[in-house]
Design a protein around this ligand. Structure first.
Ligand code: SF4
Length: 380
């Protein structure tokens, strides 16, 4: 798994600084942190944001901003973007060589899903995260292909959500922006209208629906009226031409009505551009709710195939995420995507000799502990 944070001893750091990292002294500017193991060399401290070093001691030359005694800087590439806090924490916000970068809008959420992979935290992190993202976005390369925004629930940022969307459109006009939201806030028409006014055709909202029956959906997301709010939100958003994706997590609670849900989506939400069927992540709340959620993917092949093929036959764009090929019937392989972000993607030892390894999306690193009983390497 890729390291995304580290920590050292800070000097002269106030608040949060956001900058690119570089090992190249020639490439420094006021938005760059120099990464260096040996600080004996001459460092032009006026031309850089700060110094990040593994050195055990640091003697200040001027009043430069420094974090020293960092265990390792190996995980950082020239051009990665980090935030450095006054507590010495160094968080990687953007990885230059990855197509799976995501901005965490907030850890707050108005739902509390049984299988939440990032359980909500009720603290007001919105102003600080927004401040960090405001500094980050102009530093992201303009040729960035795709950028995610997730939470918590990003729309809980209120007005700041719209400033973030506006800034992304202005600064990264060629980047596909993919926002994960439960969609409930858009039951209030003015929210959908406001997003529509930003009019970013590269913006896609990924919104989950777990059942065609309101009580099942509300139970899964642990929030009363969530189903009606989400469905109304989807309709409001479509009225303003917002591009939409429906996401369905596959587990013991969603599988029994999966084929009915597929029909519901086609009949009631024909405007959605993409429907993603997603394998369960064994992290966050899923671990404590595993008895309520676990069903071996091998055992829901029929429901999944029927649902996927039904929607595809109606002309809808369908994908299967987070599911190894060996637990899918071959006839639906064409819908399976290598969807797991590089930093959390892994394979079992037996996958090493599988002839389909290159086409298989494998597992979340944390799912190596809880996976189908039917993982079988292909030999031909
Ligand atoms: S054995 Fe491993 S690589 Fe092969 S299809 Fe199954 S999960 Fe994928």
């Amino acid at each position: 798994m890729v390291t995304l944070r580290t920590k050292g001893k800070p000097i002269n750091i106030e608040g949060h600084l956001v900058g690119k990292v570089s090992r190249d002294i020639e490439a420094l500017n006021e938005h760059t942190f120099l990464l260096v193991d040996n600080v004996e060399q001459d460092i032009p401290t006026t031309k850089l944001l700060g110094v990040l070093t593994t050195q055990q001691e640091y003697k200040l030359k001027n009043d430069e901003k420094v974090v020293f005694k960092i265990p390792s800087l190996q995980h950082l590439e020239n051009g990665d973007i980090v935030s450095v806090g006054n507590d010495g924490n160094i968080n990687t916000l953007y990885r230059i060589n990855s197509n799976h970068n995501t901005l965490l809008a907030t850890e707050r959420c108005n739902s509390n899903c049984l299988m939440c992979s990032q359980p909500p935290r009720d603290r007001n992190d919105i102003p600080i995260l927004h401040e960090i993202h405001k500094q980050l976005i102009p530093l992201i390369p303009k040729d960035c292909i795709e950028l995610g925004v997730s939470g918590g629930e990003p729309t809980l940022m209120g007005e700041l959500f719209f400033s973030l969307m506006e800034q992304l459109k202005v600064e990264l006009p060629n980047t596909e922006i993919h926002v994960l939201t439960n969609g409930r806030s858009f039951a209030w028409n003015h929210m959908a209208e406001k997003l529509g006014q930003i009019n970013n055709r590269r913006l896609m909202l990924g919104i989950p629906i777990y059942s065609d029956y309101y009580q099942v959906h509300d139970y899964i997301v642990q929030a009363k009226n969530a189903f009606y709010q989400t469905i109304l939100g989807l309709h409001n958003l479509s009225r303003y031409n917002q591009r939409l994706e429906v996401r369905i997590v596959l587990h013991k609670q969603s599988i029994p009505r999966l084929t009915k849900l597929a029909k519901y989506i086609y009949k009631n939400l024909p405007f959605v551009e993409h429907v993603a069927f997603m394998g369960l992540e064994y992290i966050g709340y899923t671990r404590k709710n595993i008895d309520k959620l676990w069903i071996d993917p091998y055992d829901y092949q029929e429901e999944l195939s029927e649902s996927v093929e039904y929607l595809a036959s109606q002309g809808m764009h369908v994908s299967i995420y987070n599911t190894p090929l060996c637990v899918l019937p071959e006839r639906i392989w064409k819908y399976a995507r290598k969807s797991i972000s590089d930093w959390k993607n892994d394979y079992l030892p037996e996958c090493k000799n599988c002839t389909k390894l290159n086409n298989c999306g494998g597992f979340f690193t944390w799912n190596l502990k809880k996976h189908s009983e039917h993982i079988r390497p292909f030999t031909t």
